[in-house]
Design a protein around this ligand. Structure first.
Ligand code: NAD
Length: 382
């Protein structure tokens, strides 16, 4: 069997790795840099703290019109801005929302047409050029966007992606100190997002031994540090483990793919504006219960790592374990708690079923009936 592993061209991880940004730019010698970030990160001083030295040496434009879970319109605005600006380097600094938009600024702006033309579900064009170099610096431990070739945008009803090798970072810098300021609830949601990446990659029909190794290490790191990072955001050890865990989970799912949890989460994000990590968290227990008959041994291995305790579990025990995990980090565990009406479960199902690329990687095929049942379980809870 032939298998392959893809990575960004270069990545730096670890406390203080942000210093590598300046060394890399010395080599790159850009003349006009576009920094894509969000307004919160400017307000809390994070952008100034880490990027202000750039202004002494380079011509830098700061773009902060970045919505959480960015819409297609938000992506198009940025692509138009980047096209006008004549930049020769893009730096994305932020959570997955800013990093995904940075990819669009670097690539779409250098190709013909709009972002919409390159969407996976409805797009008709193929990207022709790689665009300008991009440096991606995450400030949450969650999406893994810094190591994937994906940019996600929110549409009416669901989400869609632009995905191409050209979207891969030239340089990814994953420095845990940039995550110290992430508030409790966002730490919890993004942390469960990273865990979901690792677990779905591990269970994916496209998994191989290398992605399994990445995914298992990520589960160990995230399982051992998420609670501490949520309880005490200043805990450097926990932030470091979460940061590296999220990075490894990103590499695992970039290569093996995510599946059912993400397919069902996308409609929650776009129809009800749930943050991506929270959409995953509220579905994770119910998807795991549903697919467990098709991946019992692997799923049990994940559970044993998370509980530090080896045993065989029933479907209901698996459900309870993930439910308690989500509850323990302080996130809602039912759709009811989000005020999502039961009457919307059919339209959520209609939109989830469109995510064929994601659903195809599920170890257990998920058709319309199973998807509706998962939303129903997630509506009612345990
Ligand atoms: P986000 O980028 O939307 O950020 C959430 C909030 O956290 C924002 O208000 C932001 O300002 C704040 N924040 C970020 N870093 C902070 C810090 N250090 N201190 C204080 N506040 C901080 O959230 P996210 O979960 O990182 O990204 C979600 C987006 O990423 C979604 O659109 C999702 O679909 C996408 N995504 C992309 C990929 C990929 O491979 N490209 C994978 C998964 C998810």
């Amino acid at each position: 069997m032939i298998s392959t592993l893809r990575f960004p061209k270069q990545s730096y991880t670890g406390w203080g790795s942000i210093a590598k940004l300046f060394e890399e730019l010395e080599d790159m010698k850009p003349s006009r840099i576009l920094v894509v970030t969000d307004q919160t990160l400017v307000k809390i001083g994070l952008v100034h703290q880490y990027l202000s030295p750039l202004n002494e040496q380079y011509d830098v434009s700061l773009y902060t019109d970045v919505e959480p879970e960015p819409s297609l319109a938000c992506a198009e605005r940025l692509a138009a801005y980047a096209r006008e600006g004549g930049f020769d380097c893009v730096i994305g600094l932020g959570g997955g929302s800013a990093l995904d938009l940075a990819k669009i600024a670097a690539v779409i702006s250098q190709n013909e047409g709009d972002t919409a033309d390159y969407l996976n579900l409805t797009g008709t064009r193929k990207l022709k050029t790689r665009g300008v170099p991009k440096i991606l610096i995450p400030t949450t431990s969650g999406t893994g966007s810094e190591v994937t070739d994906i940019a996600v945008v929110s549409l009416e009803g669901t989400k869609d992606v632009v995905t191409h090798d050209f979207l891969l970072a030239d340089i990814a810098i994953v420095d845990p100190q940039l995550t110290l300021s992430v508030p409790k609830r966002i730490t919890a949601a993004t942390g469960i997002d990273a865990l979901t990446h690792a677990v779905e990659a591990f269970l994916s029909v496209n998994a191989n031994e290398a992605t399994d190794a990445l995914a298992i290490k990520a589960v160990e790191l995230i399982g051992g540090s998420l609670m501490n990072a949520v309880d005490n955001g200043e805990d450097r050890e926990a932030r470091t483990a979460m940061s590296y865990g999220s990075y490894l989970a990103g590499l695992a799912f970039f290569n093996a793919g995510v599946a059912g949890v993400h397919a069902l989460a996308y409609p929650l994000g776009s129809q009800f504006k749930l943050p991506h990590g929270e959409s995953n968290a509220v579905l994770l227990p119910y998807v795991m219960k549903t697919i467990s008959p098709s991946c019992r041994n692997k799923l049990n291995r994940v559970c044993n790592i998370l509980t530090n305790h080896g045993e065989e579990r029933t479907e209901d025990e698996i459900l309870t374990l993930f439910y308690k995990l989500v509850e323990s980090v302080g996130l809602p565990t039912t759709l009811k708690e989000y005020g999502i009406p039961e009457s919307s479960l059919s339209s959520l199902t209609e939109d989830a079923i469109k995510q064929k690329r994601l659903l195809a990687r599920s170890p257990k095929p998920l058709g319309k009936d199973e998807i509706y049942q998962i939303y129903q379980m997630a509506f009612n809870g345990l």
